[in-house]
Design a binder for this molecule. Structure first.
Ligand SMILES: Nc1nc2c(c(=O)[nH]1)N[C@H]1C(S)=C(S)[C@@H](COP(=O)(O)O)O[C@H]1N2
Ligand SMILES: [Mo]
Length: 368
């Protein structure tokens, strides 16, 4: 019997969650959207196949030979470009740290029913492409244009609303941000899951702004009201709060979990004696990290910071510790040049966005 019951309309609200217990749909999301392996935090650049993934709908499989990027809407001179034309423009390669705004969601209680990240939705890649600004200037936003919207080729439903993944930036934001139109990652053409053949990279902002599978850039004469712009990626105190947009990444640090793990619990086992803890720290908006502290044996100790490399890439830190027998919980927290410090407890947000609370790594130190 056919039914006209459409499960995507009449949205009944997100499923309730329970701390520490994950539903089948959350596990399904976690299987599609992998995080980095924290041991790769030892590297400046995350190996391509180990970069985190966040894809809302299905990965569109695009034929690069026929793909075109359309500049449409309120531009004086709309035009199209194919991939060869984009690769013939001035090229830059830049390491950029990308973090998902939902990273840390599992630490926020009650947890929003969505991709249940713990710490690992972050990575750094060397992106190659062309700066976006000259292309926007060439298309020439009309005098009444206020925002530029970026659309991916992926379509799906969220909260009963069907839409192509789309995000916008105001003209003022575009003037400030070093947005790139990229076709390569770590010296190889983009992989399908990372937006092949073309994506945006918005350095210094959470990942949602870096639209994958980019096909259309549209100048708008009114603020963009797309789902991914106004219905989500907003900091909200409660469900009826209109909220404030999520933009720049918050200051954060992570460590490579020391020692060796237990297979299923991932708890760490370490021998007593000297150990060098290492990790990475970053902040948003190109603001450098000024300090990293590690909590060892109940006291916060300042870590060594490597010199900051590229403006939008994370910084390596290290700290020596003499591990003493027993159970310990190691923590690290970063401070940026604007004086922003990571909190020890997760900041509240309905959807669990931008939880930059200090990472906790339980370790057990023993002779045997
Ligand atoms: N078209 C499209 N672009 C997208 C997304 C998406 O689902 N569709 N996810 C965004 C989010 S939320 C993040 S965190 C980054 C993740 O990029 P990655 O999967 O290459 O790490 O892509 C962003 N761009
Ligand atoms: Mo994200």
């Amino acid at each position: 019997m056919s039914s006209d019951h459409n499960p995507f309309t009449g949205y009944a609200g997100r499923v309730a969650t329970q701390d520490g217990l994950y539903s089948q749909s959350e596990v399904g999301l976690a299987n599609r959207n992998s995080g980095i392996l924290l041991e790769t935090l030892a590297l400046d650049v995350t190996p391509t196949g180990l970069h985190y993934l966040l894809t809302h709908f299905d990965v569109p499989l695009i034929d690069e030979a026929s793909h075109r990027l359309h500049f449409t809407g309120a531009f004086e001179t709309p035009f199209d470009l194919d991939l060869d034309e984009i690769r013939a423009l001035p090229q830059v390669t830049q390491p950029v740290t990308l973090e998902c705004a939902g990273n840390g969601r599992s630490g926020v209680s009650p947890r929003s029913h969505s991709m249940p990240w713990t710490y690992e939705a972050v990575g750094t890649s060397e992106w190659t492409g062309t700066p976006l600004r000259p292309l926007i200037e060439r298309a020439g936003p009309k005098s009444d244009a206020v925002e530029i919207a970026f659309f991916g080729a992926d379509y799906g439903f969220d909260k009963g609303v069907g839409h192509y993944f789309g995000r916008s930036l105001t003209l003022a934001q575009l003037a400030e941000l070093d947005v790139l139109l990229v076709h390569a990652m770590n010296g190889q053409p983009l992989l399908p899951q990372h937006g092949a053949p073309l994506r945006l990279i918005v350095p210094g902002w959470y990942g949602m702004a870096s639209v994958k599978w980019l096909g259309r850039i549209e100048a708008l004469t009114a603020p963009f009201d797309g789902f991914q712009q106004v219905r989500t990626y907003r900091f909200r105190e409660s469900d009826d709060d209109p909220g404030r947009p999520v933009t720049r990444m918050r200051v954060k640090s992570l460590m490579v979990p020391p020692g060796v793990p237990d297979w299923t619990s991932r708890k760490r086992y370490l021998r007593p004696g000297p150990v060098t803890l290492v990790g990475r720290a970053w902040s948003g908006g190109g603001v450098p990290v000024s300090k990293v502290e590690v909590e060892l044996d109940g006291a916060w100790r300042e870590a060594r910071l490597d010199p900051q490399g590229a403006r939008y890439a994370w910084t390596r830190w290290s700290c020596d510790w003499t591990a003493t027998p027993g159970a310990h919980v190691l923590r690290c927290r970063a401070t940026d040049a604007d004086g922003q410090v990571q909190p020890l407890d997760p900041p509240w947000d309905v959807a669990g966005f931008a939880n930059n609370a200090a990472q906790k790594v339980p370790v057990f130190v023993d002779e045997t």
